[in-house]
Write a protein that binds this ligand. Sequence first.
Ligand code: NDP
Ligand code: 2IT
Length: 456
Amino acid sequence: MTKLQTEQSAAKQYIEHVYAQLEQIYGHETEFLQAVEEIFLSLEPVFEQHPEYIEHNILQRIAEPDRVVSFRVAWQDDNNKTQVNRGYRVQYNNVMGPYKGGIRFHPSVNESIMKFLGFEQIFKNALTGQPIGGGKGGSNFNPKGKSDAEIMRFCQAFMTELYRHIGPDVDVPAGDIGVGAREIGYFWGQYKRLQGAYQPGVLTGKRPGYGGSLGRKEATGYGTVYFVEEMLKDIDQSFYNKTVVVSGSGNVAIYAIEKARHLGAKVVACSDSSGYIYDPEGISLRTLKEIKEVKGDRISTYVNYHPHATYTEGCKGIWTIPCHIALPCATQNEIDLESAQVLIDNGVKVVGEGANMPCSIEAINLFQNNGVLFGPAKAANAGGVAVSALEMAQNATGIFWSFDDVDAQLHKIMKDIYANAKGCAEKYGFPGNLVIGANIAGFTKVADGMIAEGVY
Ligand code: NDP
Ligand code: 2IT
């Protein structure tokens, strides 16, 4: 065996060994293991070129969160009944900066989902080039059907437990599924009360005018479209006149639709967890915002405003609508192998992940093997957390920037992430593979920092 082959096999053996150990301990944490596997599959060429990462056992160290905080949240509903939920904060890795990542409120939240999101966040945040580490939090609390007063009491109860673990230089939460500016406002008020100090940099996604950054609401969706625009440029294409399907109808989806339309695309479908709408004339953004941001209603009501559109029960069916560009912006594993095949059969050319891990590993492989350009989540949706870091910078200085200034910075960050992922893919022998490129670019940055810090 040549020296190179020996090293190759050492890299593979190391990755497989660490994965097997994680599987043994966390076999029941399927989402976590999926996120780990997706990254580990990219790293063989890195360990071949950097045996020092094996010597420092970086993989095993990075896959274990620094700590998982898990707590009881007791709160009173409108009938004065006491309800109990589970709360979490996973502080994964703070090599690049304070732990940073959103809070998710959804009944499916468990430790596996928190760890998958926190693990992804480490590499995403490193890719932004901003000084932020990786973390995630949330609760299995279901915000659907709750009154505003119940949401406020829940957020206050959640923060009463969380506040002792966070701080502007320690851990900086933000929003995610089920948590937007309203919830961040309630968190912030409670944090300030308990801390007895005005430290706006402890949370991002606050309302502009109350410590928040202009452009944060739009950042994830806009950023995803900016990223996909760079992918399209490489094949001499643009969003102009393209048919686009966007899943979800929350924060990320709405602003992905808005920016795709700015760039001349026709977005014909979006969804919520109950079903999807198809509007062959193009989704009306004004109606969508009225339904989702003003009324907090279901997407099915869209057809009341636009009778020519159709509503279909079940969210998976959205992927049967033919499109050039698909932007999954709802949740994890929403595109499986079957949906990926349907998208390919219908001629999809580009897939950009606005949500976290919306495509299964099998679906990603199928896209890539069929020449579909694929923009992975940790690069494509990094715009939200990148602007969160800009919010932290504004909070630290007390100087606030205009919308156009923030948007210009976001645009540049997304272009830089694309160039970095593309360049890394080429450097390590996988030109055009943005999954490998983004994983390696994020991983090597954090790994180098871990070596520089020493073992702790
Ligand atoms: P929102 O709560 O604003 O919207 C979520 C949307 O996805 C809703 O339309 C919701 O439908 C739908 N959805 C949620 N869960 C499911 C499910 N299990 N099945 C089908 N549809 C579902 O969340 P965001 O827009 O903020 O987040 C969307 C995705 O983007 C998530 O993966 C999140 O982690 C990711 N992300 C968010 C960022 C941000 O800044 N907000 C940044 C980067 C990534 P319904 O109303 O019926 O529940
Ligand atoms: O998944 C994500 O990147 C987010 N939910 C945003 C995190 C943040 O801190 O802005």
